[in-house]
Design a protein around this ligand. Structure first.
Ligand code: SF4
Length: 276
C-alpha cells in the first residue's frame, strides 16, 4: 500500500513544548513531577511519562512536595491561584497560542465586552478561556446556542484554538447578524489550520484516509470529521487497531494524526501500513 504522510501529522509545537518541559523537570530530578490533568490525550505516551516519574493529578495538594505543571490547554486565573497555593513549585506549559487568546479575552472583557467563545463546552482549554472573561463569557457550539444568547451590547467573538476555520466563519456570520458591530478575532492556531489544510490536500491524492489519535482528543476527532467529508476514513489509536481487511479495497492511504499523537506511534502505523 502506498502511504502519503501529512508533514503536520503528530505533535504541534505547543504539545511538544509541554512534553519537553515535563521531561526536562523529571530529568533534573527535582522531586515528583505532577501535571494538572492529563498532559496529553494519548494513553500510550501517558504510560511512558508515568514510567519516567511524570504523574497526572486532579488534586494540586499532591504537589505540595513537588512540581506541578500547567498543561498546554492553559487554565483559568482562579485555578492558577489555587494551584499556586498548593504546589511547592508551579511551572507553566500553557501553549503561547492559547495564552494569546487568554490575553485578548481579558483585554476585551475589561473594556466592557461580553465574550462569546466558539468551542466545546467542558473542554479544558475552553474552561480556562472562560476564566479570562471575568464573568462575561458565553460558550457557543452552533446556531441554536447563538440564538439563545441574551441581548448583549458589546460583543467579542473568539474561537477555541482547534476548531474548524469554516465552521467558525459560519458562527461569526450568525454572531454578526445577531450583534451588529461584534468584534470577531481569528484565534484558531496556525498549527490547526495547517493540519486541516494538509489533510484536505492529501485527501485529493488518496483512496482512504487514516487518522491516528486518541479517542478523547478533540482535534483528532475533528480531523476525522473533516476527512470523512472527502474520503472513506479510518480512525485508529495505535498500529494494533489496523486490520488489513478494512484496507483491502484501497491502494493509496493518506495518513495524518492529531496534535497529541507521538511520533513513535505514527512510525509504528507507517510500518504496519507499508506491510499491507
Ligand atoms: S493545537 Fe495550537 S494552540 Fe493548541 S497546543 Fe497546539 S499549537 Fe498550541
Amino acid at each position: 500500500m502506498k502511504i502519503i504522510l501529512a508533514k503536520s501529522a503528530g505533535f504541534c509545537w505547543g504539545v511538544s513544548r509541554a512534553v519537553d518541559k515535563a521531561r526536562g523537570l523529571a530529568d533534573a530530578g527535582d522531586g515528583p513531577i505532577y501535571t494538572d490533568g492529563p498532559l496529553i490525550h494519548n494513553e500510550q505516551l501517558m504510560a511512558r511519562l508515568r514510567s519516567e516519574g511524570i504523574l497526572e493529578t486532579d488534586n494540586p495538594g499532591d504537589a505540595s512536595k513537588g512540581t506541578l505543571l500547567i498543561r498546554a490547554h492553559g487554565i483559568s486565573p482562579e485555578r492558577r491561584l489555587a494551584l499556586t497555593r498548593h504546589a511547592a513549585c508551579l511551572v507553566d506549559a500553557t501553549c503561547p497560542d492559547v495564552a494569546k487568546i487568554q490575553g485578548k479575552i481579558r483585554k476585551h472583557a475589561r473594556t466592557g465586552y461580553d465574550i462569546i467563545i466558539y468551542g466545546d463546552e467542558g473542554h479544558a482549554e475552553v474552561i480556562g478561556l472562560l476564566g479570562y472573561a471575568e464573568g462575561k463569557g458565553h460558550v457557543v457550539n452552533g446556531r441554536d446556542d447563538v440564538e439563545q444568547l441574551p441581548q448583549l451590547d458589546k460583543v467579542c467573538l473568539v474561537s477555541q484554538s482547534t476548531q474548524f476555520p469554516a465552521a467558525y466563519s459560519g458562527i461569526a456570520e450568525l454572531v454578526k447578524m445577531r450583534f451588529p458591530g461584534a468584534v470577531v478575532l481569528d484565534t484558531i492556531c496556525i498549527a490547526t489550520k495547517r493540519r486541516q489544510a494538509e489533510l484536505l490536500e492529501i485527501a485529493g491524492q488518496a483512496d482512504v484516509i487514516v487518522v491516528v489519535g486518541g479517542a478523547h482528543s478533540a482535534n483528532t476527532v475533528r480531523l476525522v470529521e473533516l476527512a470523512k467529508t472527502k474520503k472513506p476514513t479510518i480512525h485508529i489509536q495505535t498500529a494494533d487497531d489496523i486490520d488489513a481487511g478494512m484496507l483491502k479495497d484501497f491502494r493509496v492511504a493518506g495518513l495524518s494524526a492529531g496534535a497529541s499523537t507521538p511520533a513513535f506511534i505514527i512510525d509504528e502505523v507507517m510500518a504496519r501500513l507499508e506491510k499491507i
